[in-house]
Design a protein around this ligand. Structure first.
Ligand SMILES: NC(=O)c1ccc[n+]([C@@H]2O[C@H](COP(=O)([O-])OP(=O)(O)OC[C@H]3O[C@@H](n4cnc5c(N)ncnc54)[C@H](OP(=O)(O)O)[C@@H]3O)[C@@H](O)[C@H]2O)c1
Length: 320
């Protein structure tokens, strides 16, 4: 019998989440039924979208999210014990699945690539950078791309793809430690937006949290609105709560193209091709990965809150 731990939303967040908003619960799991598998979490993730998605939970519900998990018991011949999968099991240490929502890691997953990357660089956050830059911004060689939260999970991948696509990348970050990291990764210009203002002249702007450089765009520039993390902890959360709206004059006279997007809008073959590209670029060393790893399932809330407090370099991962 497994005593399964899970983190639940005890109270809806008001402003920044606090430890008392979460509760760790333990329950005995029932024996597996025919076709079911028992999952054990190996790696979990703390993502900005969870701050927003938690509003849709009821108090007492398990926190949502994907995990890299291993089957520790199986009553399904097609899913043998030991198989590693990506599972939407939320903040659970052990869970039971009928196998339907699970995604097996590809057999060609390179030994040299950590499994945790299946939650970040070679998964949702890498895909966000990939599609946002290549499809939404439609970046062309020689252009200048600006990205904020540039040392984060999405931003750090985006900057590196920008570079090897023959473009110049300008990264905005919130600390000098993040500035140093991005310089090491080869960003052309990095600045701490808390102490310096942005240079001018962008063809593309990949926006993770505000629109403050909108007046610095070139004519016909493209802006991919990826996220709005600076508003997520604001009580009445709407885009631009913390930042002034782009003035219509600038958008009109600079003939800017602004588009919001969600990473799940590229399913099927496009999704598989992008994953293959990301896996290849990581194996070839074209994309360096950085993870902000917190040890221990009991530290899930701390990892999530740390990311929202801007502690992270790269993808926030909990090693269960
Ligand atoms: N559209 C999509 O499909 C999609 C998919 C994935 C992620 N996203 C969005 O992309 C953005 C980046 O996500 P990520 O996973 O890569 O996160 P992340 O960048 O790894 O972590 C969050 C970073 O955001 C920055 N930040 C700026 N203002 C903040 C604030 N008020 N509170 C907290 N952090 C703030 C911080 O970096 P600095 O210290 O450098 O400011 C922080 O480290 C988020 O807005 C997320 O919602 C969108």
């Amino acid at each position: 019998m497994i005593h399964a731990k899970r983190w639940t939303l005890k109270k809806h967040f008001v402003g920044n989440p606090t430890s008392s908003d979460f509760e760790l619960k333990t329950a005995e799991l029932p024996p597996l039924k025919n076709r079911e598998v028992l999952l054990e979490a190996l790696f979990l993730t703390g993502d900005p979208y969870m701050r927003v998605a938690a509003k849709r939970l009821k108090e007492g519900d398990t926190m949502m999210g994907q995990q890299v998990a291993r089957f520790v018991e199986s009553k399904n011949a097609a899913l043998p014990t030991g198989t590693i999968v990506l599972a939407p099991s939320g903040w659970t240490a052990h869970s039971i699945s009928d196998g339907k929502d699970l995604e097996k890691l590809p057999t060609e997953w390179p030994d040299t690539v950590p499994l945790s990357l299946a939650l970040g660089t070679v998964s949702m956050t890498g895909l966000t950078a990939y599609f946002g830059l290549l499809d939404i911004c439609g970046v062309k060689g020689g252009e200048t791309v600006m990205v904020n939260a540039a040392a984060g999970a999405v931003g750090s991948v985006l900057g590196q793809i920008t570079k090897f696509k023959g473009c110049k990348v300008v990264g905005a970050v919130g600390s000098d430690k993040k500035t140093a990291y991005l310089k090491k990764l080869g960003s052309d210009v990095v600045f701490n937006y808390k102490t310096k203002s942005s240079p001018d002249g962008y063809n593309c702007y990949f926006d993770n949290f505000s629109n403050t450089v909108i007046s610095q765009m070139k004519k016909f520039a493209r802006i991919a609105i990826c996220g709005a993390i600076s508003t997520y902890n604001v009580y009445i959360s709407t885009y631009n709560t913390c930042n002034p709206s782009p003035t219509p004059e600038i958008v009109i006279y600079q003939e800017l193209h602004i588009e919001g997007f969600i990473v799940t809008c590229w399913p099927g073959d496009a999704h598989q091709k992008a994953l293959k590209d990301l896996r290849k670029w990581v194996s070839q060393g074209k994309i360096q990965y950085q993870e902000y790893i917190i040890e221990g399932f009991e530290n899930m809330p701390a990892a999530f809150m740390g990311m929202l407090e801007r502690d992270n370099l790269g993808k926030t991962i909990v090693k269960a």
